[in-house]
Design a protein around this ligand. Structure first.
Ligand SMILES: Cc1ncc(COP(=O)(O)O)c(C=O)c1O
Length: 443
């Protein structure tokens, strides 16, 4: 305890950890009760995980930390954002190429609403689609240089349903340990044998395939084009050589690499100039660079036709609203027509990273992508830093335990082509100053 009778920093951290550990990081209760030992719960709201969550929120409020979630944005987030009447530099959204507020994208969505109404109203397979759905799929396929594409209503649902569908109990899926939650859920849904490998450790991937490939029908390697926790990416050419050696299929999630990597924003495939056909499915989201909502998978026509007629999350779900498809299509056409946006984003990312490193900030593994973490190594300090930055006009979201290990608590800066050099430099110097102050106070 401190002199004032309040818990000191170490005790507070311990308390926080205890509260958080009442649930596992994956959302499941950390410990299963034995047979007959479970206390009966009749209402979902009385479940112990619900109570643990509320205890945690009360605890955070008790530390004087404001809730960084669910800010009410009073306009688009494009470099800056207005919250509570104040304009802040925004580093928490994925509007990588600044297209989400572009008048041409907005116009396309408005025109689609006028023409087709607000909803697709049913599954495209069963009740038909609007021309804009097919146009978007053709445009995605031609942009990536593959035969066909399929769009679904969310990036998250795309991973869950496609991975859940293309794999089965006789198969093996090997994924990077930092794979997005939607990838993990899709793999679990498939009932395939699931083996994670250490982040970007392709020797480990090679080894797992050597040991387990022989036992299964299909083996699928799942990686991301750019990882949103560290802003790094896999060595795709080497991964494809491993794929060839073992006869494995490959799935690449380009949520954070489309529009970001490669000279014209065609993602990690363009960055490494790989043969597009070597990856079975290129997956991406429409919610980030493409300024809409939804997800896609793109690849060979034979596979895509099969998915269009059989993928459950597509055939049993209403189609994407035509306005969302039109917005994504307009954004994709702008990405094609205005490659300077990709170059501007790359320059912004390089500047931010260089300044952050020069200021002595821990930017982990970040390199050549639009995600730059600043590792704070302490959840409470990270939350305090985010709150101070918010007060100082910078909106950036803290990632704390249990989303990351306690010593990996971090702020994640998402860079946009819309950021000015002053905003980027200002953000770095403010973070460095406030972090220094917080450390000094703790010391
Ligand atoms: C790697 C990855 N895949 C999939 C998704 C889900 O995409 P969406 O938010 O468009 O549903 C995300 C979301 O951030 C992601 O980071």
């Amino acid at each position: 305890m401190s002199a004032e009778g309040k818990p000191d920093t170490e005790q507070r951290k311990h308390l926080l950890r205890q509260l958080l550990e009442q649930r596992g990081a994956g959302g499941a209760p950390a410990a299963e009760a034995g047979p007959g030992a479970a206390a009966r719960v009749e209402k979902l709201e009385d479940a112990r995980e619900v109570d643990a969550f509320h205890a945690r929120m009360r605890h955070l409020a008790g530390l004087g930390l404001s809730d960084p979630c669910f800010h009410s944005l009073e306009g688009p987030a494009a470099g800056t954002v207005v919250i509570g009447g104040r304009t802040l530099a925004d580093f928490s959204g994925y509007n990588y190429l600044g297209l989400a507020a572009d008048p041409r994208v907005k116009r396309a969505a408005q025109d689609a609403i006028e023409q087709y109404g607000t909803s697709a109203s049913a599954s495209r397979l069963a009740s038909g689609q609007r021309p804009v759905h097919a146009e978007l799929e053709q445009e995605i396929a031609s942009f990536l240089g593959v035969e066909d594409a399929l769009v679904l209503t969310a990036g998250y649902a795309t991973n869950v349903t496609i991975l859940g569908h293309v794999l089965g109990p006789r198969d093996l899926v090997i994924h990077d340990e930092l794979a997005h939650n939607s990838i993990l859920l899709g793999c679990q849904l498939s009932h395939a044998r699931r083996l994670p490998f250490a982040h970007n450790d392709l020797d480990a991937l090679d080894d797992l395939l050597r040991r387990y490939r022989g036992d299964v029908e299909k083996a699928l390697i799942v990686v991301e084009g750019a990882y949103s926790m560290d802003g790094d990416f896999p060595d795709l050419p080497r991964l494809l050589a491993i794929r060839r050696k073992h006869g494995a299929a490959v799935f690449v999630d380009e949520a954070h690499s489309l529009g970001v990597m490669g000279p014209t924003g065609r993602g990690i495939g363009e960055h490494f100039a790989v043969d597009r056909r070597e990856v079975d499915l290129w997956m991406g989201t429409l919610s980030k660079t493409l300024s809409s909502v939804g997800g896609y998978v793109a690849g060979p026509g034979k596979l895509l036709r099969y998915l269009k007629y059989t993928a459950p999350g597509f055939i049993f779900s209403a189609g994407m609203p035509p306005a969302s498809a039109a917005a994504a299509l307009a954004a994709l056409r702008l990405l094609r027509a205005e490659p300077w946006r990709v170059a501007k984003l790359a320059a912004n990312c390089a500047l931010f990273l260089e300044e952050a490193r020069a200021a002595g900030l821990d930017t982990a593994l970040s390199g050549s992508t639009a995600v730059v973490p600043v590792v704070v190594h302490d959840s409470v300090r990270c939350l305090r830093l985010a709150a101070r930055l918010f007060e100082g006009g910078i909106n950036v979201f803290p990632m704390t335990y249990p989303a990351v290990a306690e010593d990996q608590a971090r702020l994640r800066f998402f860079i946009s082509s819309e950021h000015t050099m002053e905003q980027l430099r200002g953000a770095v110097s403010t973070v460095a100053r406030l972090l220094g102050e917080l450390r000094a106070t703790a010391a």
